[in-house]
Design a protein around this ligand. Structure first.
Ligand code: F6P
Length: 532
């Protein structure tokens, strides 16, 4: 169905073009119950999360029509289908079952007659066992030394999720085993990381759902050579672990079958942080932390599955995202965590949302008649205030912001932590309400939208819930737009061309059908490269 043809869409479009929504300053006077009506508070494993969407340019009428829009788009039915294991990734004919990765032991999600929850728990137990063995010194390096470091080699979802979790959990407790991340095929990345490590005390985790990603395989080869040079070829398998769907591809890579942790084709790369890709963090922080992390994700899954629309945070944030992007034409969305520990959240959400919903056709193959995913970007506050917030306050484009803060200080510097949180609250108020001034250059227009999410403390559980919240927000938006949020065909052409150009560079001759600009770039590169 074309959602833009429905009654609610037409009405919302008319409200947007006639600018019927009063300013935030006016709405906070005329709608006294607005703050609680547009906020959701939830408990996660003894902690709380507050989601305050009251500073969005949404009045009661728009909110009501957005609820109607979600009903017309049958978002709740699509959610139930996704959670039950139905084929929601239609172009790849697969379910999208990241939620099964955090389902309780003994529960049931059946795919092709198999209860995938049993398989999930078998792998979770394997990860737990391996992590315990490494942490307790039962699994040592080939020369008998205790493992002090893990290198996670992966890219996209096989990197961004574990890296986000590692940085975040590092503030709540020092890792027992350090983790370094290698993602880019730029050899300076892997060289810098390995250069600081001792092969005898390092495990390399090669994380690749497909086990065919060129960047990851190239970096894995470099790391395996590094291990072999130092410890001998026979030691390589002992120091390497793979996380993948396709164990058959691992056989030729020098990784032992016993050291392959299974993923499933029904987990999208950008939804895989709840899978065995987190093995590095289980080793670093202990499997209990990862269980709590998955428990937090589960709490958000339950919330998404059962809360009515008006109290359902992913539903509310999802439809507000559609309102901002498609109806109000806001082309980008800034993610600004006021916590260094969440510094990788903007990059993580960039992949999650842009790879999921950055599409021009619906799941029925029709060209979308509205805008889909905004550009997701951002950076940590307060640094953001001294870099890009000027544009958000006074620039010609309106950029919705999601602020994320943490109430409990992670250090003993409570006064400075309060200053950090004060800055976040102040930024959202300044954006929303602005200020007047005789000099127009100093006036702040206000009426600029933001959502603020506050965690009582950053724990594995609240981190999991926060990530799952965004997973579901992206799903809701995809449903309204009619997009399949679980494929990513747009990345394939670049991969194919990179392979062709690499072959041409190796031969020294651009392909006959190559365009003039690419020919010039190839020749120029060859003249100036280290191979010249
Ligand atoms: O190219 C995009 C992508 O497929 C992402 O969706 C994925 O997270 C990343 O590459 C890495 O893929 P893999 O885990 O299969 O190596």
């Amino acid at each position: 169905m074309d959602i833009t043809a429905c009654e609610q869409w037409t009405s919302l479009e008319s409200r947007a073009s006639r600018k019927t929504v009063a300013s935030l300053k006016e709405l906070f006077v005329s709608e006294p119950g607005r703050t609680s009506a547009m906020s959701v508070e939830m408990e996660i494993d003894g902690q709380s999360m507050l989601i305050d969407a009251s500073k969005q340019n949404v009045d009661k009428e728009v909110f009501c029509e957005l609820a109607g829009l979600a009903a017309t788009a049958r978002v709740a039915e699509a959610r139930d289908a996704m959670l039950s294991g139905a084929i929601v990734n239609t172009s790849e004919v697969q379910p999208a079952l990241h939620t099964a990765l955090r389902a309780p032991r003994g529960s049931k999600v059946v795919v092709n007659g198999v209860n995938v929850v049993d398989e999930v728990w078998a792998v979770r137990d394997e990860v737990t066992g391996f992590a315990h063995d490494v942490r307790e010194g039962r699994y040592r390096g080939a020369t008998g030394r205790i493992i002090t470091d893990v290198v996670n080699i992966g890219i996209g979802g096989s990197d961004l999720g574990p890296a986000l979790v590692y940085l975040a959990l590092s503030t709540t407790g020092a890792p027992q085993v350090r983790v370094s991340f290698v993602s880019n095929v730029d050899p300076t990345n892997v060289t810098r990381v390995l250069g600081g490590l001792d092969p005898a005390t390092t495990i390399v985790v090669v994380c690749s759902k497909s086990f065919s990603t060129a960047e990851t395989l190239a970096n894995a080869r470099i790391a395996q050579r590094w291990l072999a040079d130092a410890l001998g070829g026979d030691a390589v398998a002992h120091h390497t672990v793979a996380v993948t769907v396709d164990a058959s591809k691992v056989a030729s890579s020098g990784i032992a079958a016993a050291r392959v942790l299974k993923m499933w084709s029904w987990v999208g790369g950008r939804y895989s942080v709840s899978s065995a890709v987190n093995v590095c963090n289980a080793i670093a922080f202990g499997a209990d932390s990862i269980d709590q992390f998955l428990g937090g994700m589960r709490a958000m899954d339950e919330h998404f599955a059962h809360e009515p629309f008006e109290r359902n945070a992913p539903m509310i944030l999802g439809v507000i995202g559609v309102w901002n992007r498609s109806l109000l034409g806001r082309g980008s969305h800034a993610i600004v965590p006021y916590a260094d520990s969440l510094g990788l959240l903007p990059s993580y959400l960039q992949q999650l949302e842009m790879e999921s919903n950055g599409k021009v056709v619906t799941r029925d193959g029709e060209v979308l008649s509205t805008e889909s995913s905004p550009v997701i970007w951002g950076g940590v506050g307060t640094n953001a205030q001294h870099a890009f917030m000027q544009l958000l306050h006074q620039g010609t484009s309106v950029v919705p912001v999601t602020f994320i803060g943490v109430a409990r200080a992670a250090t003993a510097h409570h006064g400075e932590h309060a200053a950090l949180v004060a800055n976040m609250i102040a930024q959202s108020a300044a954006l929303a309400f602005g200020s007047t001034h005789d000099d127009p250059a100093r006036a702040m227009p206000g009426n600029r939208p933001s959502t603020t999410i506050v965690l009582s403390a950053l724990t594995p559980g609240t981190l999991g819930a926060l990530i799952a919240l965004f997973e579901h927000v992206v799903f809701v938006q995809g449903c309204v737009w009619g997009i399949n949020s679980f494929d990513q065909w747009g990345v394939e052409l670049g991969k194919k061309l990179a392979h062709e150009v690499a072959t041409e560079l190796a031969s020294g001759e651009p392909g006959a059908s190559r365009d003039a600009s690419s020919v010039q770039l190839q020749k120029w590169y060859l003249r100036h490269s280290s191979r010249a």
